[in-house]
Design a protein around this ligand. Structure first.
Ligand SMILES: Nc1ncnc2c1ncn2[C@@H]1O[C@H](COP(=O)(O)OP(=O)(O)O)[C@@H](O)[C@H]1O
Ligand SMILES: [Mg+2]
Length: 219
């Protein structure tokens, strides 16, 4: 890292998201939204403070334990889709289940049925055996949404899931995300610049320069 030295990205941030609700995180570019999501999802530890998901204090776990916790309980949708290019849509969605320890892994048939059902519900059933490069951006992101739900996570984080999409493809991604979230009863945390999307969430957290500027619970 050129220049070295330490930069505090988030300062004094404290927030609580009730289980089963939806939350939106908004704020200008560089305000720390992605950093916050990574910390809440257990992708990286905070330099100080605590992150508790359900009964589990993520900050008390080793990196390996955090990885196991994420695999079982946390889903993530990235702005840039992050599908594996050499795997088909169906294989991408099955992968999180295949990575579970053998004792927790469904059998082949169940695994495939679960993945297919999710792809159907996000409207990509006709693209099961296509590679990501053969799909539109919106289709890729809907595959990524199906993948995020496949292991039945308790909480799902989406970082600007429509940021790389046109309005129409973005709307279909959001429909899929909201539909699955409702039917699976997941807690959903979405970073978004889309105020309409934010307004559909139970809570909106607004950031500025690493500080939580406001929190609104919507009626
Ligand atoms: N690994 C890193 N090392 C140093 N600075 C970083 C790192 N990641 C992010 N930052 C800085 O932290 C701030 C917040 O980044 P980020 O969380 O990506 O913001 P946002 O998602 O709101 O655009 C930015 O100023 C960014 O340059
Ligand atoms: Mg970001």
């Amino acid at each position: 890292m050129g220049g070295g030295g330490r930069v505090d990205v988030l300062r004094g941030v404290s927030l609580e998201i009730p289980s089963g609700t939806t939350a939106a995180v908004t704020g200008p570019s560089g305000s720390g939204k992605t950093t916050l999501l990574g910390i809440m999802a257990g992708l990286e530890p905070p330099s100080s403070g605590r992150v508790v998901l359900g009964e589990t204090d993520l900050t008390a776990l080793t990196e390996e334990e955090r990885a196991g916790f994420r695999a079982r309980h946390v889903g993530f949708v990235f702005q840039t889709f992050q599908l594996l290019p050499a795997l088909t849509a169906l294989e991408n969605v099955q992968l999180p289940l295949e990575l579970l320890p053998r004792s927790e892994r469904p059998d082949r048939r169940q695994l495939r049925e679960r993945a297919e059902a999710l792809l159907e519900r996000v409207g990509v059933a006709h693209r099961l055996h296509h590679l990501p490069s053969q799909l539109s951006g919106g289709e890729q992101q809907r595959v990524a949404v199906a993948r995020a739900f496949v292991a039945r996570p308790r909480i799902l984080f989406a970082d600007e899931p429509t940021g790389n999409l046109d309005a129409e493809s973005g709307a279909r991604v959001v429909d899929g995300l909201e539909e699955l979230n409702r039917s699976e009863g997941t807690t959903l945390v979405t970073v978004t610049h889309d105020l309409e999307l934010a307004a559909r969430s139970d809570r909106v957290f607004r950031f500025g320069a690493g500080v939580l500027e406001s929190e609104a619970a919507l009626p």
